[in-house]
Design a protein around this ligand. Structure first.
Ligand SMILES: Cc1cc2nc3c(=O)[nH]c(=O)nc-3n(C[C@H](O)[C@H](O)[C@H](O)COP(=O)(O)OP(=O)(O)OC[C@H]3O[C@@H](n4cnc5c(N)ncnc54)[C@H](O)[C@@H]3O)c2cc1C
Length: 212
């Protein structure tokens, strides 16, 4: 097939994750390009919370956000600091809510979804497949639970982004606590370390915190 200069530029998006779906959802703003998303659909990520500051370019996350906080806290053994904003709140969304919302918009934008690469002619390629992680790289490990308490025990106006009052023996380790309501919360443990055997250690730590 031959192409002429009036044809739209053909762009292949490899991987239907956050990056390429976010682009495809806004393809109507890029009228000179024709996008095709290629994803075999065999790598399924668990649903989880994404947290970020809602800057002006992320205003479109507002309708699907679960909650936002205008104050957030960092806690160490001997100090606690609260930061605040009036304009760019810390926001939580469910990963799947965002990707589903983007997929709907992408379909409205006539983006094609395919499970393998079959184009014969040259296309531009945006490759968002996750890179292989080199051995001994520092990794961020997460273990989390949504919990519900019987009584109002937490202040739901302040997100706790890092609470270092936990075991630091296997890496930099902190608790991430998002109070969605005064009785409903996400409790997450994050650890920056090389070791994969951390998972059991982190599950134990989470159990210990929940028992307190
Ligand atoms: C538990 C957890 C919590 C997180 N929390 C936050 C947070 O709070 N804030 C934040 O900013 N970020 C967070 N992140 C990071 C965030 O998920 C990533 O930054 C984001 O998903 C990266 O987007 P991406 O499109 O580059 O990759 P991904 O979203 O990983 O997408 C890559 C896509 O490539 C596809 N793929 C893989 N192999 C192939 C192949 N061979 N051919 C075609 N397609 C392929 C996969 O199916 C996948 O859909 C978190 C991540 C995790 C796991």
């Amino acid at each position: 097939m031959s192409k002429n200069i009036f044809d739209k530029a053909d762009v292949i998006l490899l991987g239907a994750g956050c990056a390429n779906l976010s682009l495809a959802a806004r393809a109507n703003e890029l009228i000179d390009y024709e996008f095709t998303i290629i994803d075999p659909g065999i790598y399924t990520a668990q649903n989880h919370i994404w947290g970020f500051w809602r800057m002006p370019w992320l205003a479109n996350t507002k309708p699907i956000s679960r909650k936002c906080w205008y104050k957030w806290k960092i806690i160490s053994e001997n100090k606690s600091i609260i930061h605040s904003t009036e304009v760019f709140p810390y926001t939580a969304i469910n990963r799947n809510d965002w990707t589903d919302d983007c997929k709907k918009k992408a379909i409205n934008n006539d983006i094609k979804f395919k499970d393998k690469f079959t184009k014969k002619y040259k296309s531009q390629i945006i490759d968002s497949r996750p890179p292989k992680v080199p051995i001994n790289n520092m990794l961020q490990h997460f273990v989390g639970h949504e919990i519900q308490t019987e009584k109002d025990v937490f202040d739901d106006t302040t997100a706790v982004l890092m609470d270092f009052r936990c075991d630091q023996s296997l890496g930099m380790h902190f608790i991430y606590f998002l109070p969605f309501q005064s009785v409903k919360h996400l409790l997450n443990l994050h650890c920056l370390a090389q070791k994969k055997r951390l998972l059991n250690f982190m599950i134990m730590q989470l159990k210990l915190i929940l028992m307190k």
